[in-house]
Every structure is written in structure tokens, then in C-alpha cells.
Design a protein around this ligand. Sequence first.
Ligand SMILES: NCCCN[C@H]1CC[C@H](N)CC1
Length: 292
Amino acid sequence: KAGKRVFFNNPMWPGEAHSLKVENILYRGKSDYQEVLVFESSTYGKVLVLDGIVQLTEKDECAYQEMIAHLPLCSIRSPKTVLVVGGGDGGVLREIARHSSVERIDICEIDKMVIDVSKKFFPELAVGFEDPRVCLHVGDAVEFLRHVPKGKYDAIIVDSSDPVGPAQELVEKPFFETIARALRPGGVLCNMAESMWLHTHLIEDMISICRETFKGSVHYAWASVPTYPSGVIGFLICSTEGPPVDFVNPINPIEKLDGAYHHKRELRFYNSEMHRAAFALPSFLKREVRLL
Ligand SMILES: NCCCN[C@H]1CC[C@H](N)CC1
């Protein structure tokens, strides 16, 4: 009933909780991997929740989907083949589709229920699946990447949930090694990388794995997403050995992309200034994760 609140607390962020006012519950289900909930909130539009953790809201999904897609793709001259790990809601696909140079987008999502629920309740995101360049694989990305030919992709985007449950393996070294192998020389990875306020140990671990695995550069960027814990989310962005990639100054600025690909929906968060600003880090973080 209107006025009810839902609280999001979780061992991933002890001692704190975020809450949203609920107008009505639209869907509750349980897939082979997780519990799936969709509700209409009072102020953030529709909300997708997996195992009690907010994945996206209609109001602020633009920040996460646009940044995780354009930080890597605007850092390389002309991305052609892209892989999305996770991303079953389709939002990242919608963003990648803006890049007219892209010829093929593979996506490997483990949970079909997330795709079906997104198509039913989040058409603004699921529109990403309609692009003819998209090739959907429903299954475990760890398995999928084992069979990918060496050097196949220009960019890989890991749009995962938290590393508890189905996404646990996506922060371990063997997975990053299969990603490095699947990228071409000078190819780029952009990986969801939690909160600088809550998860500096996890970020440190991921960065040290990436430093060993990716012989190019490793950077951390971040963006404001009010409905994620602590209101920010980070991105770990790396390049493999080969032509050096300057992540901070986009060589393929989104403003230069031909408008044809923007007609469906304008950008709400990302632009080249936000791109550059995303790599500015607070002093405590630079000390704690010894980044360049
Ligand atoms: N594709 C929707 C976003 C999935 N990534 C989120 C990162 C932060 C997490 N606490 C929740 C999922």
C-alpha cells in the first residue's frame, strides 16, 4: 500500500541502510540464482532489486549505465567488438549502441529471469536488446570466456552485481586472466568496482590482480549513484599490453559520435568533462590503493 518503505541493509555495508518509499510491488520471483523484485517507488521510478540489493532505478540508472559503457569506449579510437558480462537489464547495451563503429556486441548474462523482467518492466533499458549487433548468450561468463578466441574483443564491460552469490567468481584472478586473454593488444576492460567509502580492501585486491594481469594501465574512476550504498560506485578500467590507452582524456569523445545514434534518447549523465572528472580521486583513496 502507498507509504510503505523498504529498507536495504546488507553485510556488504554493515551499520547503515538505505530506504525507498514504495507505491506498489510490481513483481516478485525467484530464479535459479537469486530473488528478483520490481517495485514502483515514490521518487525514483521503478526499481529492480536482486537478493535484496538495488540494481537500478529509472531515475539514476543513467549515471551507472552511461559511465560504465562510455569510459572504455570513448578511450579507444574505433571500438568494433564488445563483450558485456552480466548487464541482463539491457541498459549497457543501449549505451554501447550509440557507438556507430561497433559491429558486434556479445552479452553473457547468467540469469534469464533478469532479462525477461527487464523487458516487461524496464523497456527504456531492455531496448538495448533490440539492436541487430547484439548477440545474447544466457550462461556463466566464466565458462563463456574459456571458449573465446584469444584477442577477440576491443572492449569488455563487466556489469555485475555484488561479489556475493552469482557474481562471486567475477572478482577472482582466474576470471581476470580469461578477460585479458580475450582482449586484443591495447584492448580495454571496464569493471564495476564498488564503493570507495565502503570497499577499499576489495578495490585494493582487484587493483593488485589487474596490475598483474593487465600490462597496460589500470585506473579507478567513480560516479554518483544515489541509490547505491554510500551514493557512489567505482569503475576499474584497464588496458592490455599494446598501444597505450589514455583513459583520462577521451580520444573518441562522445560529442563527436554521429547524431544518428543519439536519436532514441539523449545522454543524461555522461559527457567528456564528466569522463575526465571521474578519474579525480580523494586523497584517502590515493593513499589506500596506491594508484598512479
Ligand atoms: N546493471 C545494473 C547495475 C548492476 N551493478 C550494481 C553495482 C552496485 C551493486 N551494489 C548493485 C549492482
